[in-house]
Design a protein around this ligand. Structure first.
Ligand SMILES: [Zn+2]
Length: 405
């Protein structure tokens, strides 16, 4: 008797858009065999050898992509800023709004005041929208608490979301997001507090998968971010940075110098920054939602990133101020339309390159043997359709760790 290969399930009937090497790398009439939640085999259906499987699924056409990865979000927050949006459109300036207690500090206030269950319930609504369109891994940052207790509260909510829903969640500790009002005029003291007390506490509690910061005139200087990065590195935590969003301070080169997973935003990054990021393998995370909402005219230097071979990811930046977005697929369209990415680059940006930006590429981000069986069936003719449709939801079937979600 020949020994038969055993699979839990075999999926056929679609073109596999594998995203291996960040390219479509399509396999027409493909098959994916799943065992123990991971991809055990994939290739042309005709090449699938003798086997047994408990379950066969013929999806009847369309394409299968890796599960989508949203690698930059501020999904957990209190309140909303729709009133401020309305005011800005009627001519009230951002500084007037901030002077009246609006802007990021209004979110900080609402987040501090909200109890954990309320934050969880509000974030769950936004998470559901992302999950419905194929997201199987998401990053969530703190950064609206700006006290140790409320920062940890945000991170605990992110951990609870992961316990309650079939999705992978990576957390980033972003206390260096904005200066809390209590520290007005004492930014260096606040950085000292983060480095000496908060980071060790958050690391000891196992609440942070990475450490992030905001390097900008209205946030923290490269020298202050350097101190945060040194402290995080001593604790063995990976790094990310909001850099070059509104001006060129060299934050992305700083991130590269520390071997950061990613530098994010990057509208004002230079050719030298791109070279430094390429050398370090630091991913460029592009956030078209914020660009759009702020009507930014400066675009990230995509040509330099391409030329230097910097991996480009795309993310929703879901946040109440500058990118109230709950659709990663809309970002595919905006990445192409605003930043001139190709649909193939955009799709790599929400799969394989997003996985690199979170340090999870060995486990997910492409269809490959050994990775988690996280994939999405889309009843569309070609992968460019995922970037083509502007808004709305495409029907899709999401498989998370080998099971229909
Ligand atoms: Zn952000």
């Amino acid at each position: 008797m020949p020994v038969s290969v055993q699979y839990d399930s075999v999926w056929t009937g679609a073109t596999l858009v594998t995203l291996q090497e960040g390219r479509y790398s399509a396999i027409p009439d493909g098959a994916i065999a799943v065992r123990d939640g991971r991809i055990a085999w994939l290739g042309p259906r005709q090449a699938l050898g003798p086997h047994d499987a408990r379950e066969y699924q013929d999806v009847g056409g369309g394409i299968i992509t890796p599960g989508l990865i949203d690698c930059h979000t501020h999904l957990v927050f209190g309140g909303d800023r729709s009133r401020e949006f309305e005011q800005r459109l009627s001519g009230v300036s951002y500084s007037e709004i901030a002077a009246a207690g609006g802007g990021i500090l209004s979110t900080v206030r609402a987040t501090r005041d909200a109890d954990e269950d309320h934050l969880l319930a509000a974030a769950e609504q936004r998470l559901a929208l992302l999950m419905a369109e194929g997201v199987t891994c998401i990053e969530i940052k703190s950064g609206y608490g700006l006290t140790l207790d409320s920062e940890m509260k945000m991170l605990r909510v992110a951990r609870r979301l992961a316990e309650r829903h079939p999705i992978d969640i990576k957390t980033s500790f972003l206390a260096a997001h904005a200066l809390p009002p209590e520290y007005h005029g004492r930014a260096d003291d606040y950085i000292t507090l983060i480095c000496e007390e908060w980071l060790p506490a958050v690391a000891a509690a196992g609440l942070a998968d990475a450490v992030d910061g905001f390097c900008e005139h209205l946030a923290f200087s490269p020298a202050q971010i350097t101190r945060v990065f040194e402290a995080a590195t001593r604790l063995g935590l990976p790094l990310k940075l909001h850099a070059e969003q509104l001006s060129s301070l060299g934050g992305s080169t700083l991130a590269a110098r520390f071997g950061a997973l990613s530098a994010d935003h990057l509208e004002y990054a230079t050719a030298d920054d791109a070279r430094a990021m390429a050398a370090a393998g630091t991913v460029a995370v592009l956030l078209p939602g914020a660009c759009y909402l702020l009507r930014e005219s400066q675009m990230p230097p995509v040509a330099h990133f391409r030329q230097q071979g910097v991996k480009m990811a795309l993310a929703s930046d879901s946040n109440p101020g500058t990118s109230p977005a709950c659709s990663l697929r809309l970002m595919l369209n905006m990445g192409c339309t605003l930043f001139h990415l190709t649909p193939e680059e955009a799709l790599a940006g929400v799969t394989l390159h997003a996985a690199h930006a979170l340090g999870v590429a060995p486990e997910q981000g492409s269809l490959a043997v050994g990775k988690w069986a996280n994939f999405v069936h889309w009843p569309v003719a070609a992968p460019a359709e995922l970037a083509y449709w502007l808004g709305g939801q495409l029907p899709c079937t999401v498989i998370y760790r080998g099971r229909r979600r």
